[in-house]
Design a protein around this ligand. Structure first.
Ligand SMILES: Cc1ncc(COP(=O)(O)O)c(C=O)c1O
Length: 372
């Protein structure tokens, strides 16, 4: 078949998908990325760090990206390790897989921890103990009651439903009194919190500047403006040794992560995004996203809607009596919506494509739904 015909066929399917540029995707943690980053992704599309000896150039780029992520996670000095993985799910699974292999026997997390934690507990066959929350954040008294030596705790810096930060410093202090493994899931918050701190919006610590923190997940393919698959797991000490598997047919004869073959064009692309935006560029993006979040909050309130919780990051939740009906109606009108059924709220992730005019379009459609 000639190229023109192939393009024609594929175009039809492309048109069926939603795209960030259309300004209709409200609940996703991804966004469209600059053409140079896409170009680099294509250029390196063959790279596979599952067999890293064939790709020493991309391996060097992985180290450079990881070094940048160390800065985001406040890792200072030597003794830190990291890999670019396929996303937050793989990173969380790998952290808890290593914890299990160190001998930790249970996972403690809140109901708002990402579902990959439940997946990890199921895969690793370790019990998951739910810690209560206070308004969407881990309740440290309940943690203290339930914690035993030999537990792994998952704290979240930027929860998926509400975008809140668990009290990680307090959790870290509690952890120091026990033999436990503290994993921080900053898949979303890792590329947001350091900049929100510099901008004066928030004051929390979430990374290796908290002594008990052992591992941190940060995803370049969320607020790092990298193409998927690009997550990462960073660790104090080399936890990857605990999950290394013999792989005799590979050049290095070892495999250090969960996946075998892994698309690593995204590693080169992540580095190109880091070069393209720079620290100041990421801070500008975070500033704009936060301003748009607060604009959304103000406009929804002005129109008589209730905001569920004061946003700490660029995630806003609007309460609805019948949130499932709102979801159905918005989908009919072409929106890519996300809801939190347990909070009866609609969740908007203010990624760069969710602008003030997207908010106004959404409000207009919500008014029409009310009238219908
Ligand atoms: C806090 C958090 N952790 C982990 C994940 C999973 O990331 P991924 O979809 O890249 O596997 C998400 C995804 O939204 C998340 O919000």
């Amino acid at each position: 078949m000639n190229e023109k015909k192939i393009r024609e066929i594929l175009r039809k399917y492309y048109a069926l998908d939603m795209h960030y540029e259309d300004g209709r995707i409200l609940g996703s943690m991804y966004t469209s990325i600059p053409p140079i980053v896409v170009e680099i992704f294509q250029k390196f599309y063959q790279a596979n760090l599952g067999n890293e000896s064939l790709y020493p150039g991309t391996k060097q780029l992985e180290r450079k990206v990881v070094k940048y992520l160390f800065r985001l996670a406040s890792a200072q000095g030597k003794g830190f390790y990291g890999h670019i993985l396929s996303g937050g799910t793989e990173a969380n699974i790998v952290a808890l897989w290593a914890a299990r292999n160190f001998g930790y026997k249970r996972i403690l997390a809140t109901a708002d921890a990402h579902f990959s934690i439940r997946k990890a507990a199921n895969l690793l066959n370790i019990p998951l103990v739910e810690v209560k929350m206070d308004k969407g954040k881990m309740n440290t008294e309940d943690l203290e009651r339930k914690l035993s030596d030999g537990d792994a705790i998952v704290a979240t810096a930027g929860t998926t439903p509400l975008g809140l930060v668990d009290p990680i410093e307090d959790i870290g202090k509690i952890c120091l009194d026990h033999d436990c493994f503290l994993h921080v899931d900053a898949a979303f918050g890792g590329f947001v919190l350091p900049f929100l701190k510099e901008l004066g919006y928030i004051k929390v610590k979430f990374g290796f500047d908290i002594p008990a923190v052992r591992t941190v997940t940060i995803d370049p393919h969320k607020m790092g403006m990298a193409p998927y698959p690009a997550g990462s797991l960073l660790s104090r000490g080399n936890i990857f040794e605990k999950i290394t598997t013999d792989a005799p047919y590979l050049l290095k004869e070892k495999n250090y992560t969960l996946l075998g073959t892994r698309q690593s064009g995204s590693v080169a692309a992540s580095y190109s995004a880091i070069l393209y935006f720079g620290w100041a560029g990421y801070r500008r993006i975070v500033k704009k996203c936060m301003e748009n979040t607060l604009y959304g909050k103000k406009r929804f309130e002005e129109e008589g809607y209730e905001i569920l919780v004061e946003p700490e990051m660029n995630i806003l939740n609007i309460k609805f009596q019948n949130v499932k009906k709102i979801k159905r109606e918005l989908i009919k009108r072409g929106w890519g919506v996300s809801i939190n059924p347990s909070y009866s709220s609609m969740r908007i992730v203010f990624m760069p494509h969710v602008t003030t005019s997207v908010v106004e379009n959404l409000l207009r459609d919500l008014k029409n739904i009310e009238k219908s």
